[in-house]
Design a protein around this ligand. Structure first.
Ligand code: ADP
Length: 556
């Protein structure tokens, strides 16, 4: 608790109990609520999922008898919130083109009968919405404008929405009304972008820890769907399997949701698929059955996202590499909102990134494409890392963020693995990455590094990683160019498998010894390719290192 902030008085706590059923504010909540009530200050709140953001913007108008306007991107989410508030005897409504009984609602609104009004960003930005907000402020004075999921305003975030871009006009339109931007995930860049684009004036910035200590993080290799998923389930009776609690499986494509859904159904799991291609009714039905525990699992694309109102999701499985760290953290944030231990697993193969990278070509703006490419690389690093995964995610949002669970068995597979270094059983299902290589910290892999870098060099740095690896293991695959058979390096890495070398190459990429270059058109690795390919090449660091190693070999 911040000692410079006076605690809430009895009246305030009584209102908190009466309308929200809570005995205390959480520390950040009171700091924010107070700044609205007493200073009418702008706020930018970055709060981990489950901290209680909605209370921050709902309380001020409930307490003062005013009206808060909440701008939120998802109609179903707003409907749920309105319902929740009504149940708690807090008058609330949703305004928008889909709204029925608008005339009645509008009359009550202008008489100040609603404590909380939800609108979409599209509605807020068009003429009709604008004049409603102006009228409302003139007639009753708006207590606060809250902009939920505010990261959508930023192109640097993971979920940019163009309708959010126009929300900056609200500040000019209603200069005296305090604005509160709230989101669960924002990097420092996104935070700055939010404050700037929304025209916040000297905002109070509040950040709770991003660390969701009850989430265990794990990365596994993708092989066969049933086999992979079974490893996370228990067999209830012969050939029937069950997850340990409500589970969401995210897939990169609709088609993949169908495949995975079928596999799970074949194992007797009560599950349904969810994606943007289904009708609204169907999606609502699936969501509600999941909330009521009639379904154990939803297999979804990321369309199943914001607005999942289920606090006891125990597992989030990404079947296929997630898009980037921010999206990933937002997606796994849906697990364990009740504070109970939950786990998050990714099954992936390096191939998953081919599709992600392919779509980069559609981005026109150079700087933006570069940014997206960096985000993809960061995700790759996350999946391949041998270090603490939690630390890696947290430092993406805040360089100084540390976690007290880091290094313990409840943190992530890498931390747990290190603790279980003595017990190597079960490694076969794990991604063959540095995770296994680094466990023996005694083992020196410099010879292998030299072989690998050399193989890339002598094949002319004009291929992906496949050709250098085939060269190392002495492959007879037709894809290996004829001239390679004569090279001294041919077969020099026979003591390891192709899979091992490929994993090792990923480690070298992580260590910035190898890097990727985009080669377009003809003249790429295989001569007559018309599409662009990624070539594995030596980085400056790798080249220097290799030269030194070769030199000391020469001296020896
Ligand atoms: P967020 O939007 O930040 O994910 P919610 O507003 O949905 O979080 O709140 C998460 C949970 O925390 C809800 O169940 C809510 O009732 C509870 N909560 C919020 N504030 C408090 C509080 N001051 N004391 C106890 N529980 C709270």
């Amino acid at each position: 608790n911040d000692p410079s902030i006076p605690p809430p008085d009895k009246d305030t706590i009584d209102a908190l109990k009466k309308y929200f059923g809570h005995a205390h504010f959480r520390p950040m909540q009171w700091k924010i609520v107070r700044s609205i009530l007493e200073e009418r200050r702008d706020n930018c709140c970055i709060m981990a999922t489950g901290y209680g953001k909605s209370l921050c913007y709902q309380f001020p108008s409930v307490y003062t008898g005013g009206t808060t306007v909440v701008i939120s991107p998802l109609i179903s989410l707003m409907e749920d919130q309105v319902l929740g508030l009504k149940v708690a005897n807090i008058p609330a409504c949703f305004l928008g083109s889909a709204q029925k009984d608008t005339a009645d609602v509008m009359r009550s609104l202008m008489r100040g009968e609603y404590r909380v009004v939800y609108i979409t960003p599209e509605y807020a930005a068009v003429g009709a919405g604008e004049s409603v907000l102006k009228d409302l402020d003139r007639k009753i004075g708006i207590t606060l404008i809250a902009i939920d999921e505010a990261h959508c305003v930023s192109q640097w975030g993971h979920d940019f929405r163009s309708s959010y871009r126009t929300l900056g006009r609200i500040r000019d339109m209603l200069p005296k009304v305090p604005i509160m931007a709230v989101t669960a995930t924002a990097t420092p860049e996104v935070k700055n972008d939010i404050c700037q684009s929304l025209g916040l004036r000297d905002p109070q910035i509040t950040m709770t820890s991003f660390d969701r200590q009850n989430l265990f993080l794990e990365v596994l290799s993708k092989t066969n769907t049933q086999h992979d998923l079974k490893s996370l389930m228990r067999e209830t009776r012969r050939f029937y399997y069950e997850f340990d609690g409500p589970t969401i499986v995210y897939c990169p494509t609709r088609k993949e949701t169908e495949n995975v859904g079928q596999s799970l159904k074949a194992m007797g799991v009560k599950c349904e698929i969810y994606h943007a291609g289904l009708t609204n009714e169907k999606r609502k039905d699936v969501h509600h059955r999941f909330i009521r525990d009639e379904l154990q699992c939803i297999v979804a694309t990321v369309a199943f996202g914001m607005g999942i109102d289920k606090h006891d999701v125990r597992r989030i499985i990404h079947y296929g590499a997630p898009k980037d760290i921010e999206s990933y953290y937002q997606e796994i944030g849906r697990a364990g909102r009740d504070g109970m231990n939950s786990s998050c697993h990714v099954f992936y193969t390096p191939k998953d990134f081919l599709t992600n990278r392919y779509f980069l070509n559609d981005i026109q703006n150079d700087r933006f494409r570069q940014h997206k490419a960096q985000m993809i690389s960061k995700m790759e690093k996350y999946l391949a890392t041998t270090k603490c995964r939690r630390r890696m995610i947290l430092s993406h949002f805040d360089k100084n963020c540390k976690s007290s669970v880091s290094g313990t068995a409840q943190c992530c597979d890498n931390c747990a693995e290190k603790l279980r270094a003595a017990n190597r059983a079960g490694l076969s299902t794990r991604v063959l990455t540095a995770a296994q290589m680094n466990q023996d910290s005694q083992v020196d892999y410099s010879k292998e590094a030299q072989l690998m870098l050399n193989a890339v060099k002598v094949t002319g740095e004009s291929f992906g990683i496949g050709v250098p690896v085939m060269l190392l293991v002495g492959s007879t695959n037709q894809k290996l160019p004829d001239r390679c058979y004569k090279l001294k390096a041919y077969g020099s890495g026979r003591h390891r498998s192709e899979k091992w070398w490929k994993a090792f190459a990923r480690v070298l990429k992580q260590e910035d010894m190898l890097t990727e270059n985009k080669a377009g058109g003809r003249g790429g690795g295989f001569g007559n390719q018309k599409f662009s390919v990624m070539l594995t090449v030596l980085s400056t660091k790798g080249r220097n290192w290799l030269n030194k190693a070769l030199m000391s070999d020469g001296k020896a």
